[in-house]
Design a protein around this ligand. Sequence first.
Ligand code: LAN
Length: 733
Amino acid sequence: MPTTRRKAPLGATDVSKWRLDSQDEGRHVWHYAADPSRSSTSSEQTDEEKYWLGLPLNDLTYSSAGSSSADSSRPATPLEAARKGFEFYKKLQSEDGHWAGEYGGPLFLLPGIVFAMYISQTPIPQEWKIEMARYLTNMRRDNGEGDEGWGLHIEGVSTVMGTSLNYVVLRILGVGPDEPMMVKARSTLLFHGGAAAAPSWAKLWLATLNLYSWEGTHPIPPELWLLPTWFPMSPTKWWSYNRMVVLPMTFLSGSRFATPLNPLLRSLREELYADAYDSINWPSQRSNIASVDLYSPHPALLEVVFAVSGAYERVHSTWLRKRALDYVYELIKMEDENTSYQCQAPVNKALNMICRWIREGPSSDAFRLHKAKIRDFMWMSKDGMMTTGTNGSQLWDAGFIAQALYESGLATEDQNKESTTKLLSWIDRCQIRENPRWFGEMSRHASKGAWPFSTREQGYTISDCTSEGLKAVIYLQSLPDMPQLVSRERMCDAVDIILSLQNADGGFAACELVRGSTLLEMLNPAEVFRDIMIEHTYPECTTACLTALSVFSKLHPDYRPEDIERTSARAISFIHSSQRPDGSWYGSWAVCFTYATMFALESLALVGETAATSSRAAKACEFLLSKQIEDGGWGESFQCCETREYVQHEQSQVVNTAYAIIGLLAAKSTDHEAIRRGCRLLMQRQLDNGEWAQEAIEGVFNHTCGISYPNYKFYWSIWALGKAQKELGDEGW
Ligand code: LAN
């Protein structure tokens, strides 16, 4: 991660004045004390707020770095360390029972929000401007020539996409072109070919801002949406995140909307390019993508499709275009209404907001409602203000914390009762009770009974979130004196959803069934990502579904027993078939092999396949053991996700170590000493106050983009430590 705490050109706000509202069903809304309409800002900052802002906690016993801890005695056993870890972590729990968190990492999300506000002339609050500029100042790379801009994500090298978009953001926020960091960023940009060589998503944003000619982009015709749903290329068969982003993109591309020029934009036209703007041969830029950005080059078939769409654009019927744009607009409206204007993720949130503004204007209800939900994506951190990957990771974190507490035994300890009861009640309220209003029209998978990744309001079904939510509820409700909040009927609804999500190969994808052919990946136009055209099946999601079905059927053996048995058997064969020759599994949603291997080993353990009984589990254990390093830990580099090969991180990582321990325990590995060494590393890394410090970025999507899961260091460590002592005994630590 880039060095933080640099001097930012617009300065900094007083961080002690920031407050987080997180009581409204887990919505996260940061606001600044200077706003007189908020009365709560006069209250003292909570530990939750202080922690995420990087300030010392209220009880200084729990403040990290340099504080004199009252309880600086080192825990003697893993369970003591887990208990101490949770004593700290409990302080960060929101009043309503969930844990908030900084869900940042990608560096192409803040630009979308800022551009949407700029284009629609929505004032950006001054404290946001200051803190956004501070964030980008802190996240800028500074590694010499060619790497002094911004990457795709906070740990990635400078790219044309990251640098061009964030440079424009800073100029909009009021940073001048002569600031030293802007001069450096510009030279990085020009070194890689200037904004002319931007990837297609960045080209589209720049064209919308009138900083790129639409002639320089491959047209994405809105008529795509008029294709019949049985047609192999129909967007209804795509991965839903891709589908929902391309939807407003076709609206903008099909209408060639460009914000009117003004002096700032005119100046940017000069700053972003190596050549004079008017001299650029735009059509020849369409497939010009800087090599530093290029992860998925355009397949030959895509170039053919682009040639056809380019030709079509020249001859298209205005009548059909109008019909297509009207239909696309209807779909945009439905996505907005289905998600109460949260949208599926901030990319389509920002694009939809612009489309609504173009059609209905600034004073429309739709635009007003959109504006009100921007705040859900703006997270204030110690480094400044960022845009988050979704409106948070609330349910995902809540589900794992519950299981970590249950499996470590901490859930039954008296001092944690209040915390676990609140957690259960939050997870209960987060379950989605109905399908969204426009669910058929939007080709959505059913969501009644599902749990989402973030909040119930956002409302998209996710297979593994449904499963983790269900397991968490069943575990917590099994504890003495816990209220029985989620009924059998509601658990059955969740099970119906899980069963409906299995694919032909036995595996589970993220949001929906795999609908399209893998050949559609040959049409992936987003050069910076891979495997985004259709859903794919994953060992992580499959394990979550399988284990949830198993935990549920122990509680309610009479509900759909044959279906559950058949589904589970097929899921296991997916886990078998996705194992790699070296014994590992590749992880798509976190870094990387240790993560997926942990999940897969849990699946195998369910059907009795452990190191002693199954060559598959034994091979997986060998793989894990071969990656343990001298200090007892495990550490994977982010490069694993990109190269799909194991690359050692320079340093062991708390989260990888925890995954490996949990995996080895699930497989009943007989190498107890390796597990103990892993635990000792986790204990050494624990600070005197019980917390663990932030290490490398934990998450990933689409193989290239890092995304932060800062809560992982807490609950995976607590889980691994607690489980290790439970299984290996109290002695010998
Ligand atoms: C997520 C975050 C959570 C993640 C898990 C639950 C961890 C995973 O097991 C299933 C897939 C899922 C739900 C997931 C899918 C893609 C998301 C939504 C993200 C990585 C968070 C951000 C990302 C989204 C697509 C970002 C916007 C970028 C685009 C390419 C549209």
